[in-house]
Design a protein around this ligand. Sequence first.
Ligand SMILES: Nc1ncnc2c1ncn2[C@@H]1O[C@H](COP(=O)(O)OP(=O)(O)O)[C@@H](O)[C@H]1O
Ligand SMILES: [Mg+2]
Length: 254
Amino acid sequence: MSQTPILETRDVCFHYQADKPVLKNLNLSIPAGSRVALVGPNGAGKSTLFLHFNAILQPTAGELLFQGKPYDYSRSSVNRLRQKIGLIFQDQDMQLFAPTVLDDVLFGPMNMGCTLAEAEQAARQAVETVEMTEYLNEPVHFLSPGQKKRVALAGVLAMQPDVLVMDEPTAGLDYAGNVNLSAIMDRLHKKGKTLIVSTHDIDWVMEWADLVIAMLDGQVSACGSPQEVLLRDDHAELGFARPSAYPKTKGCES
Ligand SMILES: Nc1ncnc2c1ncn2[C@@H]1O[C@H](COP(=O)(O)OP(=O)(O)O)[C@@H](O)[C@H]1O
Ligand SMILES: [Mg+2]
């Protein structure tokens, strides 16, 4: 039962400005191989937490642990951590910068010290996983938002991470983009990756997640199965919608 969580935060505190705490003694524990959804209103601290996961930000107090070991912010450890825990930003334009799809996806493995041949193999495989092989030599600039998101994901996958952290991955995608990304995420889950996703799409969370973590004002406001968290009577106070297939039965909505 007591398997070491792949990722853990212990009393993590963080502020951008001294008088405005953003993360307040945040405690959470992510089992390896799980599908975790983070929900909660804008400003709750989800993106800030994600920037801690791959050590872009360091907590002002408390600690994070990967596979039971406290994060170490030395340069070599941070590089290793970023290979193991890949972050896909909400805005894919922040992640993509090379002229073509292949160049972009090559960057991670090259930066890790792979030879060009190894990097190309990893990049081609990652591009295939996200079904973008036909665009390999295309300029990133002209791709649709959904395609860009998949290239950003490939860039992270090329480093063969254990954990994929995706910040509102479906925001701004159309229906087809959404379905496509969900299918890719299912495949990654089956390969044993741990997936951590923030989203406002409660219907999707209800059927997709193993674990739901609700955040409010820099703290975990609820944590458990989709049923346990999303069907709470106080969902509105916690800042998320109720799944549409589970309308409230008690009383009448006015
Ligand atoms: N770079 C920043 N500088 C100062 N404040 C920030 C910065 N990024 C986010 N914040 C503030 O931190 C709080 C949490 O934001 P964020 O982590 O983006 O929440 P969420 O992703 O849940 O919407 C908000 O009050 C936001 O205004
Ligand atoms: Mg955010």
